[in-house]
Design a protein around this ligand. Structure first.
Ligand code: UN1
Length: 520
């Protein structure tokens, strides 16, 4: 049965964001009519209800999108970068005006709790303002030329149309990390969202396309909802797309990388994480418990930065376990739109099955399930995908500990000395986020040293999750390649030119080469 609350929320969100019972999933300067198109359904993980149907692109739509994109790029790249920044700022403001509704859309479709749904939209607003600032800081270096009357410097030019492929768990903000930075860099964007969260993408596209048009901007953002692997396949093989930014599983990312690499295109890959936290005997344990609870339970364990492994000193191990179990037993699991719920549903039945299978695999490898690990039945939401987050006592030798299961499973591993903790920490194939809880500056320093954490993100006395947009986001090893969002990530979206400028009357050659050809 669908609750009154759910229906009310759905109606108000759909109304405010222009979502209908059936929607076009293809935006190329305008929404492509639904007729003659196949459709997919978007389901809410809250109760399994079909939220709406969405038309998917075929190859012809894609080719039209790409010819259109080429024209838009040629227009957009001529607009001065700070002007592009102002346009992106107005897009950010439009998102700010719809923050509550867009956040609720994320809750309905991805199952995030209210504050995380709105937090995701806040992340979009933050990155839009950051991108506006960056639009005046697309700087190049000046080098000293070895030749007289010569200048040597670099400049950055726009790259082209960027393909952004996003996952269900950050159905709005991960697109904006890429799209807003790409836009101020002078690129336009084709967005292929996850089919599991395509309504959110449609809602975002309604808001941003209107804002672009109000600002008198060319329609630099296109949307391509597609079925199965169609969209990813077209984008990864298309030489008209010089950069593909992909967020998703390591397996799919590896496959896509092969295709883009074979045409010598560029990629940014944001793949699996298996994020560990070292909990030293010299830490503030309550702080560690707070950080680990958010890291392991936030977004029901479905962030790429989710804490999946706690590596705990033997002296505080028992106390750690009892405190953590207390937190796990008090958090409310259920409808993510209710204010008191902390753990919402998993995205679908497959995710639920993967969770239960991983728990079984851990058990068969000698892991001890000390909390949860089962399905959770929530009265009135029997068709939702709810689980009781698991805490499993494990050891580094277990195969399952080396894999990312996109669900709330925390493996706890005991350690004796710090070097052992570091070794365990770095013993997995993934390298996204990491953390240490300690008040010992020597341990902190070793975690940051060349033989310390091998991840792209390092956190001291805070959670593996919840990275700020101002930093460059991304990981090492099987987590992938490149960085998104903050710092100098904008360089991935541009092409660098090294310029040598001669303002003299002769041509002196570098390296002292003498070459008198044509002398009279
Ligand atoms: C992801 O899960 O794909 O650090 C990204 C965080 C978020 C981003 C996660 N800002 O948890």
């Amino acid at each position: 049965m669908v609750s009154e609350n759910f229906l009310r929320l759905k109606e108000s969100v759909f109304d405010e964001l222009g979502i209908k019972k059936s929607n076009s999933g293809i935006f190329v300067g305008k929404w492509i009519p639904l007729e003659d198109h196949k459709t997919i359904e978007s389901r809410s993980p809250i109760n399994g209800e079909v939220l709406s149907t969405v038309s998917v692109a075929n190859r012809k739509d894609y080719d039209q999108m790409m010819s259109f994109s080429e024209k838009v790029f040629h227009e957009w790249r001529e607009i001065p970068a700070p002007k592009r920044g102002e346009i992106i700022m107005s897009v950010g403001k439009a998102i700010q005006n719809k923050k509550k509704a867009l956040g609720a859309m994320v809750t309905l479709e991805a199952g995030k709790i209210k504050s995380e749904g709105e937090g995701e939209i806040q992340e979009m607003i933050d990155v839009s303002y950051f991108a506006t600032g960056i639009s005046r800081q697309l700087y190049g270096l000046t080098m000293a030329s070895e030749r007289p009357d010569h200048m040597l410097f670099e400049q950055w030019n726009p790259l082209g149309t960027v393909g952004v492929i996003t996952s269900f768990n950050f159905p709005a903000s991960v697109w904006s990390w890429n799209a807003f930075i790409a836009a101020v860099a002078g690129d336009n964007v084709v967005w292929k969202p996850s089919s599991k969260a395509c309504l959110t993408a449609i809602a975002v596209m309604h808001v941003v396309s209107e804002a672009l048009s109000d600002a008198g901007s060319p329609p630099i953002f296109s949307l391509l909802v597609s079925r199965g692997s169609d969209g990813g396949e077209w984008i990864s093989r298309d030489p008209r797309i010089p950069l593909v930014s992909f967020t998703g599983s390591t397996d799919v990312g590896r496959n896509l990388y092969g295709k883009v690499a074979s045409r010598l295109g560029r990629v940014i890959l944001e793949l699996g994480g298996n994020n560990g936290v070292i909990v030293s005997e010299k830490c503030d344990l309550d702080l560690a418990i707070k950080g680990i609870s958010f890291g392991s339970l936030g977004t029901a364990g479905q962030r790429c930065t989710t804490t999946r492994r706690a590596i705990v000193h033997e002296k505080i191990y028992d106390e750690f376990i009892s405190k953590l179990k207390r937190v796990y037993s008090t958090v409310k699991i259920g409808d993510p739109s209710s204010d008191d719920v902390i753990v919402g549903p998993l995205i679908d039945k497959t995710a639920e099955k993967n969770f239960l299978n991983a728990v079984e695999e851990a058990r068969s490898e000698g892991g001890v399930i000390i909390y949860g690990g089962t399905r959770a039945d929530i009265p009135g939401l029997e068709n939702g995908n709810y689980v009781v987050p698991a805490i499993i006592e494990a050891n580094e030798g277990m195969g399952i500990v080396k894999k990312e299961t996109f669900a709330p499973i925390l493996y706890v591993i005991k350690y004796r000395d710090f070097e052992e903790a570091l070794r365990i920490h770095n013993s997995v194939p993934q390298g996204l986020s990491s953390a240490i809880f300690t008040n010992d500056i020597n341990e902190e320093g070793r975690f940051l040293s060349p033989h310390g954490s091998d991840c792209g993100l390092v956190n001291i006395n805070t959670s593996t999750s919840g990275a700020e947009i101002g930093g460059a986001f991304g990981g090492e090893k099987e987590t992938g390649l490149g960085r998104e969002s903050g710092s100098d990530s904008w360089k991935y979206y541009m092409r660098r030119q090294t310029v040598t400028r001669n303002y003299g009357k002769t041509i002196p050659l570098s390296q002292g080469v003498v070459f008198d050809a044509g002398e009279n």
